[in-house]
Design a protein around this ligand. Structure first.
Ligand code: IPE
Ligand code: IPE
Ligand code: MG
Length: 240
C-alpha cells in the first residue's frame, strides 16, 4: 500500500474479472477450474477493498452475453455462486460487507437464487463495503430497463416528458444512489468494456492489466489504484 494515497481512494471501484479461461488453458485445466481459481482472487480483493476504505466494489461475474458459452461452463459458473456464498458469508458478515446483486438474476437456477437471497438478507444491515455482484448483467439491458421505468412514469403522468433528466435515468439503474465508479479495472488484457456499466462509466478511469483474474493480487490492485491516482481527471474542462 506504500505507493498509494489513502486519502484519495476511489469511492467506487468496478472490476471486469477476465482471463479465467486462459489461465486454466495455460495449465491444461478445464475452464471451470479457472473460474474456481478466480473465486479465490475475489475473496482477497473484497477483503483488500474493505481495508483500503473503498465504499462500493462492483464486480462483473456473468454478462448477458455469457449465455452463449457451452452449457457446462454456464452451469459451472452458477454452481460456483452457491459455493462462494457458502464459503464466504461468514467472513463477509464479520467484515461488515453488504452484498447486493445487479442484473436480471431472476433467470439463474433456483439454488443460485436461494444462495444470493441468503447473502443479501444476511448482510442487509451491514454498513461497511457495499459489494455489488453483476450477474446476468448487461449495461444496455440496464439502460433499457431504466428507460422503460421512466416511460411508465411519464405515461401515468407522474413525470412530464419535458422534465426527463439524466438523474432520472441514474435513479432507475441497478446502481441508484451509488456514485459512478471512478475506476474500472479490467484484468486479462482486453481493452474494452464488454457491456459493463455502460451509463455509469462515462467518466471512469480505465486501468487494464494483462494479469489474468486468478493471478490478480492485492499488490496488483494497489498498482491499479496508484495508476488511477496518477491520472489527470479533467471531465471535459482544463487542467486546474
Ligand atoms: C471471465 O473469464 C469470467 C467470465 C466471463 C464468467 P473468461 O472465462 O472470459 O476468461 P477468458 O477471457 O476466456 O480467458
Ligand atoms: C466480460 O468478459 C464479462 C465478465 C468478466 C463477466 P468476457 O470474456 O465475456 O468479454 P469478451 O467476450 O472478451 O468481450
Ligand atoms: Mg473473457
Amino acid at each position: 500500500m506504500s505507493n498509494i494515497d489513502l486519502n484519495r481512494i476511489p469511492r467506487h471501484v468496478a472490476i471486469i474479472m477476465d482471463g479465467n479461461g486462459r489461465w486454466a488453458k495455460e495449465r491444461g485445466m478445464a475452464r471451470v477450474q479457472g473460474h474456481k481459481a478466480g473465486m479465490e482472487s475475489l475473496r482477497e480483493i473484497v477483503r483488500h477493498s474493505s481495508e483500503l476504505g473503498v465504499q462500493y466494489l462492483t464486480v462483473y461475474a456473468f454478462s448477458t452475453e455469457n449465455w452463449k458459452r457451452p452449457e457446462d461452463e454456464v452451469s459451472g459458473i452458477f454452481k460456483l455462486v452457491v459455493i462462494y456464498v457458502k464459503s464466504e458469508i461468514r467472513e463477509l458478515s464479520a467484515n461488515n460487507v453488504k452484498v447486493n446483486v445487479i442484473g436480471d438474476w431472476s433467470r439463474l437456477p433456483a439454488d443460485s437464487k436461494d444462495a444470493i437471497q441468503y447473502a443479501i438478507d444476511t448482510t442487509a444491515a451491514n454498513t461497511g463495503l457495499q459489494f455489488n455482484i453483476a450477474l446476468n448483467y448487461g449495461g444496455r439491458a440496464e439502460i433499457l430497463r431504466a428507460a422503460r421505468l421512466l416511460a411508465e412514469d411519464i405515461a401515468s403522468g407522474r413525470v412530464s416528458a419535458e422534465d426527463a433528466s439524466e438523474d432520472m435515468i441514474s435513479d432507475r439503474l441497478y446502481t441508484a444512489g451509488m456514485p459512478d465508479p471512478e475506476l474500472i479495472i479490467r484484468t486479462g488484457g482486453e481493452q474494452r468494456l464488454s457491456n459493463f456499466l455502460t451509463w455509469q462509466s462515462a467518466y471512469s478511469e480505465l486501468v487494464v492489466t494483462p494479469v489474468y483474474w486468478p493471478d490478480f493480487s492485492p499488490e496488483e490492485y494497489d498498482k491499479a489504484i496508484a495508476e488511477y491516482q496518477s491520472r489527470d481527471r479533467r471531465f471535459g474542462g482544463i487542467k486546474a
